[in-house]
Design a protein around this ligand. Structure first.
Ligand code: CU
Length: 233
């Protein structure tokens, strides 16, 4: 609902600064590509065993809709009980992401990913500066102290992103009717699934649904250190 409202607002703001001829052309273009009413896109993801795939991100590739003027370019990935909360965070390119530490111990957050290389040396609370993610892609987030801590910042080119829930369902509400291309990301998805683009026609009303299967690689996360004894860092 918000997306459409804000989009319309952005469009009307833009129209104020355009000559009449351009406005007419723009209206024609948006009417044919996007339609005038909004529907819902629902992607249902299962793995090769038919189990729902949670924490997958779908992102619209085209048509690219302008970023709403009041879209928040910030994000936060908390750290609680020596785990990254999420552990997947979706932000639009050029967002500032903070990594608050809600534990009463130090964390040392870093990423070596091409999407964003950074390091936040040992800190507690809200003392670490936010990190600018100015490149689309995925940054794998780790902690130098606790090897098992694993998070992902998914940086979208588009704000039209959604994450699948426990039932494997990712929903984008209030999408202007039209044809869309989208892609799917999951931390354990295989390269050919990641490279694949999907097509869907979103109807003006109701939900347009598509079922997709992802062949996931085995979960090879580092096991968490025992907490019962030993020093606390
Ligand atoms: Cu840590």
């Amino acid at each position: 609902m918000t997306v459409t409202r804000v989009y319309q607002k952005t469009l009307s703001q833009a129209l104020n600064h355009l000559p009449l001829k351009s406005i007419a052309a723009l209206l024609l273009a948006s009417a044919s590509v996007l339609g005038t009413q909004a529907g819902e896109l629902e992607v249902v993801l299962t793995d090769s065993a038919g189990q729902p795939v949670a924490e997958a991100v779908i992102e619209i590739i085209a048509p690219q809709l302008p970023l709403p003027a009041d879209w928040s370019l910030t994000g936060a990935m908390d750290q609680v009980d020596k785990e990254f909360v999420g552990p997947v965070l979706m932000v639009v390119k050029n967002s500032q992401v903070s990594f608050p530490n809600s534990d009463d111990i130090h964390h040392h957050v870093y990423s070596y990913s091409d999407t964003k290389r950074f390091e936040l040396p040992l800190y507690t609370g809200d003392t670490a500066e936010p990190v600018l993610f100015d490149k689309a892609g995925v940054a794998v987030i780790g902690c130098n102290i606790h090897d098992w801590m694993l998070g992902y910042v998914y940086v979208g080119d588009s704000h039209l992103m959604a994450m699948s829930d426990a039932s494997g369902k990712a929903t984008l509400a209030s999408l202007p009717a039209g044809d869309y291309r989208f892609k799917v990301w999951h931390a354990r998805a295989r390269p050919n699934d990641l490279a694949q683009e999907h097509l869907i026609t979103v109807s003006a009303e109701g939900s347009s649904s598509i079922n997709l299967q992802l062949a996931l690689t085995p979960d090879r996360r580092i096991r968490r250190a025992p907490t019962a004894s030993g020093p606390q860092y």
